[in-house]
Ligand binder design. Structure first.
Ligand code: GLU
Length: 479
């Protein structure tokens, strides 16, 4: 059997980190088994739909290297892969379920349903649809209050509905009895529950891998499979990602719930993938640093941990540092360019390219995330007119620095060779040997004057890159 798995995000704004998490685990299994991975866009919730969200999903999954085999942009044998383009597909199944007596029309208005829920809460009985419409024609129902013109269609959940199922990760799972779920809305759109079952079946999905929050929906889906006479897929419910305080990660409360945040900050996709993999998976060897290929090769559902994995950004920072240090020089430069460019510092001229080639190795071990390159390298790429010494650096390091800067300018001006070694030698001779300063004390005002800040890449290397004229000009300006 060829395994076919899918991820089915809803385009409701910035893609959620959970979409990447689900895709990673789906794909680890798919690639191990030589199967296919489908990207389906579940856009039936028109109230929450956002037009540019779908493209962001494509971009973010591609950035992470999580490639799908079939999808709205790629096509495939089961197209279309957008639910809004499949509305006709669902209608015959609604008709079938109505004809079989597994579903019924419900005309209750939202106001009546609200009132019903409030009454149930007041009486302290379980809330749920009270089946006022069951067995009634439109005319019979219209005699009662709270009747709308356009009905929805609900599942008629039997008393003996199957409530337990086998989960690949969790084993036997027992879920609560579902309410009479709406499957077709008044706007003619199916709800998630109907669309997901119909599409998973028609698209030949063999394994449904999704978040833990869907466990309580699975009995509804199992019922639909059974009613429609379809074979049930295997189910696996991944643990929910949690904040350090154990609350569920939400885009409203945690910027790290948005995938675009990781790009903006300058995390490496390989580090984020490794991090997401570690949130619920471990290699048999216990090694924490692993690639997608290693994860996929060893993948086993029973190794997935269901204890709510904590989204610990310190751990991600550690992984990011590891992958950053491992980048080849050209690769590092290519990844820094978008950040420098966005800050208006980089124009891809030959001069800039050569500066960046020199600067990359100086900051490779000093950054936790790529975006830090902007502050670290501003002094190098900024035009002379735009160069400023930051207030903090001026106040802390330049107050009584006149003699230091003067001595250094005198020592550097006559240098005929301008290299890290010659700068370092002249600087040490002037400031440490002659003025008798300690290195830390001697370098701080120089760093402020030349780099404009309290933190910089190593100083002699930075000055060598910046060039003799610019260094002397900045020393004099500071004086
Ligand atoms: N559209 C659902 C979501 O956004 C998909 C759930 C599933 O995988 O069945 O989470």
């Amino acid at each position: 059997m060829t395994v076919r798995l899918r991820v089915a995000p809803s385009p409701t704004g910035d893609p959620h980190v959970g979409t990447a998490y689900m895709s990673l685990f789906n794909l680890a299994f798919v690639r191990q088994q030589g199967g296919q991975f489908v990207l389906r866009i579940e856009d039936t919730d028109r109230a929450r739909f956002q037009a540019d969200s779908e493209q962001q999903v494509f971009d973010m999954l591609a950035w992470l290297g999580l490639q799908w085999d079939e999808g709205p942009d790629k096509g495939g044998p089961y197209a279309p892969y957008r639910q809004s383009e499949r509305l006709d597909t669902y209608t015959p199944y609604v008709e079938q379920l109505l004809a079989q007596g597994n579903a019924y029309h419900c005309w209750c208005t939202p106001a009546r349903l609200q009132q019903m829920r409030e009454d149930q809460q007041a009486r302290k009985v379980p809330t749920g649809y009270d089946r006022l419409c069951v067995g009634k024609t439109r005319e019979q129902r219209a005699e009662l209050p709270g009747c709308s013109d356009v009905p929805v269609v609900r599942m008629l959940v039997p008393d003996d509905a199957p409530l337990s199922f086998v989960d690949l990760i969790r084993g036997q799972v027992n879920a609560p009895r579902p309410d009479d779920q709406v499957i077709l809305k008044a706007d003619g759109f199916p709800t998630y529950h109907l669309a997901v079952v119909v599409d998973d079946h028609l698209m030949g999905i063999t394994h449904v891998v999704r978040g833990e929050e869907w466990i309580s929906s699975t009995p509804k889906h199992v019922l639909l499979y059974d009613w429609l006479g379809w074979e049930r897929p295997a189910f696996a419910h991944m643990p929910l990602l949690r904040n350090v305080d154990k609350s569920k990660i939400s885009k409203r409360k945690n910027p790290a719930a948005r995938l675009t945040w990781f790009v903006e900050q300058g995390y490496l996709p390989e580090a984020l993938l490794n991090f997401l993999g570690l949130l619920g998976y471990s290699l048999p060897s216990g090694e924490e640093i692993f690639s997608f290929a290693e994860m996929s090769a060893s993948f086993d559902w029973t190794r997935v941990n269901t204890v709510g994995p904590v989204f610990d950004l310190d751990k991600l920072g550690w992984l990011n540092g590891h992958y950053l240090r491992a980048l080849a020089p050209e690769d590092l430069q290519a990844r820094l360019i978008p950040f420098l460019r966005a800050a208006g510092l980089y124009d891809d001229s030959a001069a800039h390219r050569s500066l960046l080639a020199g600067a990359g190795p100086l900051i490779q071990t000093r950054m936790a995330v790529l975006s830090e390159c902007v502050d670290l390298l501003r002094f190098l790429f900024v035009t002379d007119r735009e160069f400023v010494v930051q207030d903090a650096a001026r106040e802390k390091s330049l107050g009584d620095a006149g003699p230091v800067l003067l001595a250094l300018a005198e020592a550097l001006a006559p240098l005929e060779e301008w290299t890290t070694a010659s700068v370092q030698t002249a600087m040490d001779a002037a400031l440490i040997d002659r003025l008798g300063l300690k290195r830390g004390k001697a370098y701080a005002p120089v760093r402020a004057a030349v780099c404009g800040s309290l933190i910089s890449p190593p100083l002699p290397e930075s000055m060598a890159l910046l060039g003799q004229q610019r260094v002397l000009a900045r020393l004099r300006a500071a004086l």
